[in-house]
Design a protein. Structure first.
Length: 201
């Protein structure tokens, strides 16, 4: 089967997202900031949001354990927007071009349900997706196979018919093992040539 549709990740593929962008405003000391993001509000902690737990609920045990960091912990939700730095122009251009060509577009993102609408409001390009699978809505995250199987059912396409674009090596390897065509997004300028090589643009 040939590739007929494109499945985009969102964070750091379409929009720039980095918690340190917010926390450099909160912690003047880079060592303390790194320790906080490694030991307190870590990505292992954040994945619970991606699995559907509310940010308010997930903050409570951390605040109990680190009461002196209460404001910094709550900032993860209250100042969430400050983790972003706009959209990646090359990705937006690719989405617009693919849409103009009539290529079916979908997105699969590890993202908290409660924050998704705000992220999708960042650019009109999100309106071009026929469906966006949000981990927080489904209670499952990449790179687990279940969310890829669900995605194929939602898209109505086999893995071999979808080009999956993600910045995570683990996610790419998981998708590749399931039969997806893949593109590791580590250079925005490499996206359009890859799409062209597949005859999609």
């Amino acid at each position: 089967m040939s590739v007929v549709g494109v499945l985009f990740d969102v964070g750091n593929v379409i929009v720039r997202w980095e918690p340190a962008r917010l926390y450099q405003k909160i912690f003047a000391d880079p060592v303390e900031r790194e320790r906080f993001l490694t030991e307190v509000c870590s990505m292992g902690w954040h994945v619970q949001h991606d699995l559907g737990m509310s940010m308010a609920e997930n903050a409570l045990p951390l605040i109990a354990q680190y009461p002196h960091y209460k404001d910094a912990i709550l900032a993860w939700s209250l100042r969430w927007d400050e983790m972003f730095d706009g959209c990646i122009p090359e990705s937006v251009a690719a989405i617009e071009t693919l849409n103009d060509r009539g290529v079916p577009l979908f997105a699969l993102t590890n993202m908290p349900s409660e924050k998704a609408a705000g992220v999708f409001a960042m650019d009109p390009a999100f309106a071009h997706f026929r469906d966006i699978i949000i981990s927080g809505d489904e209670g499952m995250v990449k790179p687990h196979a279940d969310i890829f199987h669900l995605t194929c059912r939602r898209c109505g396409l086999a893995p071999e018919q979808l080009l999956f674009i993600d910045d995570s090596v683990a996610n790419i390897e998981a998708a590749k093992a399931l039969g997806f065509a893949t593109h590791l997004f580590n250079d925005p300028k490499a996206l359009m040539p890859h799409l062209a090589a597949l005859g999609l643009v």
